[in-house]
Write a protein that binds this ligand. Structure first.
Ligand code: SF4
Length: 350
């Protein structure tokens, strides 16, 4: 493999090569690879497009009068003159040319599409399984606002840009608390902050990008929504940054439940090691050797353990209060059959 490391693309190509035809090779790769390996294989006659066995990542076909295209997200081809035709189903394989589209392998029913696409990874205007990311995020915010009704009264609601913004708009619209931008992300220089290879560099870039609007922070009670909490480092620093600029209170509302398991299906996920997760560090401190067997208790928002874990995270990261979105509310916000959604990183269910 190139560079002496295993490259997932080369590995998949090597698996496909073990069979007599490209179609048989792709089917074989779908069978033996557990994670997402949605792929495009270009030949001199056309393109094979294949979605992974359980459809963890999407694939959508576009068309215009003289051609077809295929992409992970549909908005990528709108400004090129293509319109959305249809999404591939789990395990489906099609062969596309400029003027034809043939299904080589029919889709299967069973699906486990990544729920995190809607919460964090996806671009706001993307649509998966017919559900638009921006609208799902607004519904998550709405659900969190309903759960907070009568409990807190912040001066403003803000989202950690960019993925927290739509969640925060949904919260603000439901609660009546104004949406504001107490800090702005300086975007001209750096791309998304999880791309740099080291954590130190990611943290530095995240910090350098944040610029305050002090009138919206000083002496204010803020409710801050982020898509999720992974290690907690960045959100802890953002909170400190708000206090340094005069915030009176910082209530934090992550738009998804506590992350308890590292994703084992995507190679672009936010955490690759379980001990990266702040939840797992807190559980390890509390439970020692018994941590693994008690994870399901910590995933239950009604349990004492869950509540105490939140109190500890809240204390460590110096939030005024912390309440995560609930799994049931998040799945309702997505709005497709919950059995078709992957929730492994929150509840460990495969
Ligand atoms: S484990 Fe989480 S991030 Fe990974 S595919 Fe499932 S929902 Fe997505």
């Amino acid at each position: 493999m190139s560079g002496g490391e295993i490259n997932p693309t080369e590995l998949t190509a090597a698996i496909i090569n073990q069979k007599a035809t490209i179609l048989e090779g792709i089917s074989y790769a779908q069978e033996i690879i557990d994670g997402s390996m949605t792929m495009l294989v270009m030949t001199d006659k056309g393109i094979y497009a294949a979605r992974d066995r359980l459809g963890r990542t999407p694939l959508v076909i576009g068309k215009k009068h003289d051609g077809k295209c295929v992409a992970f997200e549909d908005f990528s081809f709108f400004n090129l003159g293509y319109e959305r035709e249809r999404e591939l189903g789990p395990s489906e394989i099609v062969f596309l040319t400029a003027d034809s589209e043939g299904t080589l392998k029919a889709p299967q029913k069973k699906m486990k599409i990544c729920t995190f696409l809607w919460i964090y990874y996806g671009y706001p205007c993307a649509k998966y399984e017919g559900k638009t990311v921006e609208l799902v995020r607004a519904r998550c915010g709405k659900a969190m606002a309903k759960r907070d009704k009568g409990e807190i009264s912040p001066d403003i609601v803000a989202g950690v840009p960019d993925s927290g913004t739509a969640h925060a708009i949904g919260y603000a619209n439901e609660s009546g608390v104004p949406f504001s931008r107490p800090f702005i992300k300086y975007t001209p220089t750096w791309p998304r902050s999880f791309m740099p290879p080291t954590q130190k560099k990611r943290n530095l870039i995240a910090k350098m990008k944040m610029l305050p609007v002090t009138e919206l922070i000083n002496d204010k009670s803020l409710l801050l929504i982020d898509d999720s909490i992974v290690r907690g480092t960045q959100l802890g620093e953002t909170t400190q940054f708000l206090y340094n600029n005069g915030a009176r209170e910082v209530h934090v509302r992550p738009a998804c439940p506590p992350l308890l398991f590292a994703c084992k299906y995507l190679n672009f996920s936010r955490s690759s090691s379980e001990l990266d997760l702040i939840t797992r560090r807190v559980i390890l401190e509390r439970e020692g050797d018994k941590s693994e067997e008690k994870l399901s208790v910590y995933a239950d928002p009604e349990s004492t353990e869950y509540k105490e874990m939140l109190e500890e995270i809240c204390k460590q990261l110096k939030f005024t209060s912390l309440k995560y979105n609930r799994l049931d509310d998040m799945l309702d916000a997505v709005g497709i059959d919950p059995d078709c959604l992957c929730t492994y990183c929150w509840n460990g269910k495969e």
